[in-house]
Design a protein. Structure first.
Length: 325
């Protein structure tokens, strides 16, 4: 079930199912609203989007209420999360999936939001999206690639080729917008060659793994896994998290894998990643692309959770294409 694409004048609702909008600098909020307004959209905020909390996140019931309100409001055409966090999975057993299924619309975010986007797809069949948060658009420089892919995915229907970003950054831009460091991006890398088509599943690996053994875990059969992790995941943690996913029912039906670029503080370099991948016999015949432009470095592309994608892991010209999204 693919939600309707956005048109000029459509309303985008910002919600905070993880960390609150209260921690985002006012000038960054203003810039994000300005960017989306200039693209032709109307930005509104949920009742509890800015609610402040002394705990990790705000009240479960307030966060759930904002999700339900956004889905049930006929004026809202897309739902954009503020940013990530640690405990979106608290909300899963409280969601009214019948309500969500009856009111399909765009739902986008990444990192901790992986728990919500994969669960909503599993429980309702609604295609959701791993892509920028609302707060991402408060970035002054280096946002062009992210914004272009966001607009294309949510306004167009034809096949969409995802090309690597020209450069990348791994700085704390939200603390210092002036002193940014950008690095040239050599493009996608290939571990195993091959061509695959399948259903795109995944996002942040350690968050996706929170769904294991629950009713909220999506099927891995006939899938192409998009996996990334943040600076809290060092090589040994990523290794065991990936192994845990490999042990899941249906992993033998995974058709391919796309791995996002790692943050510098994770201490994951290409040689270490390749050593980890080589240690998994289950991956021996699987097409795998790595250093893709998504995850916790910037910029990032938007991809569907539950959409149809095609990947060609060719060392001369690797490609990723969105077929149905």
């Amino acid at each position: 079930m693919i939600p309707e694409k956005l048109k000029k004048g459509d309303e985008i609702r910002v919600i905070s199912p993880a960390k609150s909008l209260a921690i985002v600098a006012p000038e960054q909020q203003d810039l994000a609203v300005e960017r989306l307004n200039q693209a032709g959209f109307n930005v509104t905020f949920s009742t509890y989007a800015r609610e402040s909390s002394d705990f990790i996140s705000n009240s479960v019931h307030h966060r759930v209420a904002d999700i339900h309100d956004a889905f049930s409001d006929p004026h809202v055409k897309a739902i954009l999360t503020t940013l990530g966090g640690y405990d979106s999975n608290q909300l899963l057993s409280h969601l009214d999936f019948d309500l969500l299924q009856k009111n399909p619309k765009i739902f986008c975010g990444y990192s901790d939001i992986t728990a919500l986007s994969n669960t909503i797809y599993k429980k309702t069949g609604l295609v959701t999206y791993s892509g920028p948060h609302f707060s991402s658009f408060g970035m002054e420089e280096g946002i062009g690639y992210t914004f272009d892919h966001f607009i294309k995915v949510f306004t167009e229907k034809e096949r969409h080729s995802i090309h690597p970003a020209g450069d990348w950054s791994d700085d704390r831009w939200y603390l210092n917008q002036q002193e940014r460091q950008f690095h040239s991006n050599p493009g996608y890398e290939v571990f195993h060659e091959g061509v695959a088509e399948g259903i795109s599943i995944g996002g942040n690996l350690c968050t996706l793994n929170l769904l294991q053994g629950t009713e909220f875990m999506p099927s891995l059969m006939d899938s192409i896994l998009f996996l990334e992790d943040d600076l809290l995941s060092d090589p040994s943690t990523f290794d065991r998290d990936l192994q845990s996913l490999i042990h899941q029912p249906g992993f033998n039906g995974v058709r391919g894998m796309v791995i996002g670029r790692f943050q510098k503080e994770s201490n994951m370099d290409d040689a270490t990643l390749l050593q980890i991948l080589k240690s998994k016999e289950e991956l021996e015949l699987m097409p795998i692309i790595y250093n893709a432009s998504f995850g916790h470095t910037t910029p990032i592309f938007t991809f569907p959770i539950g959409g149809k994608v095609r990947m060609e892991a060719n060392k001369q010209s690797p490609t990723i294409e969105l077929l149905e999204y």
